[in-house]
Design a protein around this ligand. Structure first.
Ligand code: NAP
Length: 198
């Protein structure tokens, strides 16, 4: 398959690229990689798909949200998280639809905070919940047999240095395990699924 991995240079994304690369043609996109895209800018997404053309799968492993304490939380924090991780990935789907082959797929990334809150996690919980609801809804209406799923991991071992303090008592999962869920989504038959890795 010809697979576009947006965010393929990140901690989780690199493991996803590694898992797919042996068997598939993988095109890595991000703000700094060979295929340039800023998902906060719709014209940039259009340019990316114009450059890569038709693909069998679009995989998104990008997105960030702020983690302010609840007492400091403002609507600007929500605007930032929604614009980046939620609308950035939704826009990849909406603008990418015509470029995905019949029977192809989208796989997005959400996260455990959709189902299990932590302190300072209100924006991430909202965004991840929104993404998972979008995936379930889009799966019912995508045309031409195109599938869509989301991978929803707990904190990954490789990111404990950054996020470990936010997840006290949570068992981390290796990025390689998360990557297997992306492979299942891309190569499998499911649609509208949320692959939870706790
Ligand atoms: N790490 C975890 O423990 C964990 C757990 C659950 C869920 N997740 C989710 O998994 C996703 C990836 O996490 P991560 O830890 O791998 O993040 P990361 O290491 O910061 O990587 C983010 C990736 O996205 C790209 N990117 C960032 N902003 C972009 C933009 N505006 N347009 C295009 N590309 C952009 C980055 O490349 P450039 O800088 O080159 O653009 C990079 O490839 C996030 O949505 C995160 O919430 C992570």
């Amino acid at each position: 398959m010809r697979i576009l991995v947006a965010g393929g240079t990140g901690k989780v994304g690199a493991a996803v690229v590694e898992a797919l690369r042996g068997k598939h043609e993988v095109l890595v996109a991000s703000r700094t990689s060979e295929y340039r895209v800023d998902v906060g800018d719709g014209a940039s997404i259009d340019r990316l798909f114009g450059q890569v053309g038709t693909v069998d799968a679009v995989v998104s492993v990008l997105g960030s949200t702020p983690f302010p304490q609840f007492t400091d939380l403002t609507t600007d924090h929500f605007r930032a998280g929604i614009a980046n991780k939620l609308l950035g990935q939704i826009d990849l789907v909406l603008r990418g639809r015509p470029f995905v082959a019949d029977g192809g797929s989208f796989t997005l990334v959400s996260g455990i905070l959709a189902r299990e809150p932590i302190r300072s996690g209100a924006v991430a919980s909202t965004v991840n919940g929104g993404l998972e609801s979008f995936v379930r809804a889009a799966a019912t209406e995508l045309p031409r047999g195109i599938r869509i799923n989301a991978v929803s991991p707990t904190v990954v071992t490789e990111a404990l240095d950054v996020y470990g303090d936010f997840f006290p008592g949570f068992a981390p999962v290796p990025a390689a395990d998360v990557a297997r869920a992306f492979v299942k989504s891309v190569e499998g038959v499911h649609t509208g699924r949320i692959y939870e890795l706790d």
